[in-house]
Design a protein around this ligand. Structure first.
Ligand code: ADP
Ligand code: MG
Length: 245
């Protein structure tokens, strides 16, 4: 058992003159609910994008379970066991809920070549996961007809289709009503109980403090503090980053 699941060393990504991620060295341990917090524009989403292959970093490395995954294509990183959601929820608005679930496993393969048994297996799994997130009654609805919170649940269920061992969520509670925030928190907890590691970017501090085991605080593209929720709340560097005092 390794003590580190995901590790970045001196990860760097600039956009023109903006140092979005600026020499970030972070390591996350397996089995935890890790939170990644920090002011707007501190590079959290860019960090996620570099780790999951959506963006190639300028320099530095990303290692997952001892394997170098720096700059690899998103589908290869997904196959390595990392799933993710997006800050602005990504679902296909004119596809049904069930169809959305199936495209999440079939992207990258030719649908026509899939054996019927495999397709039936995927449909059964999709239904099971939709039930788990509580939207199975909506399987025939078009995704655009779901509330934003329901779309977030659909996105999370889609992430689970590939059975990822590490799940990165970018602001799962953003724009979601309190009842669904509770449901999302409960799902994260129960999925973690099954051994899945989480890395969650979130602004809702109640959620961060109640859910996470370990908090990493970003400011200006790199970690400035980490520890338990109670530790980071009292850290003067964190207050300074947020309040500019
Ligand atoms: P966070 O998720 O912490 O709010 P981001 O990673 O979205 O931060 O952004 C970090 C910085 O990088 C910001 O200054 C943002 O404007 C800039 N940035 C992010 N993505 C791009 C992009 N595609 N092009 C140009 N600048 C970007
Ligand atoms: Mg962001």
């Amino acid at each position: 058992m390794t003590t580190t699941t995901l590790e970045t060393v001196e990860l760097t990504k600039s956009f023109g003159g903006v140092h979005a991620v600026d020499g970030a060295s972070v390591s996350f341990r397996p089995g935890r609910i890790n939170a990644l917090i920090g002011p707007n524009g501190s590079g959290k989403t860019t960090f996620f994008n570099c780790v999951t292959g959506m963006i190639k970093p300028d320099s530095g490395s990303v290692t997952y379970r001892g394997h170098d995954i720096t700059g690899k294509a998103p589908h290869r990183i997904a196959r390595a066991g990392i799933g993710r959601s997006f800050q602005l929820c990504r679902v296909f608005p004119r596809m049904t809920v069930l169809e959305n679930m199936l495209v999440s496993v079939r992207s990258g393969s030719l649908v026509g070549r899939l054996a019927p048994a495999r397709q039936r297996g995927d449909i059964a799994r999709a239904r099971e996961l939709l039930a788990r997130v509580g939207i199975d009654h909506l399987e025939r609805a078009e995704a655009r007809d779901l509330s934003y919170g329901q779309q977030k649940l659909l996105e999370l269920a889609g992430v689970l289709m590939t059975d990822p061992e590490t799940i990165m969520l970018d602001e799962p509670a953003g724009g979601v009503n309190p009842a669904l925030i509770d449901r999302i928190g409960g799902l994260v907890r129960s999925l973690n109980g099954e051994g899945r590691t989480f890395i969650v970017v979130e602004h809702n501090m109640d959620m961060v403090m109640s859910l996470s085991d370990h908090v990493v605080v970003f400011d200006r593209g790199r970690p400035i503090a980490e520890g338990t929720p109670a530790e980071v709340q009292e850290d003067p560097r964190v207050l300074e980053a947020y309040l500019g005092v």
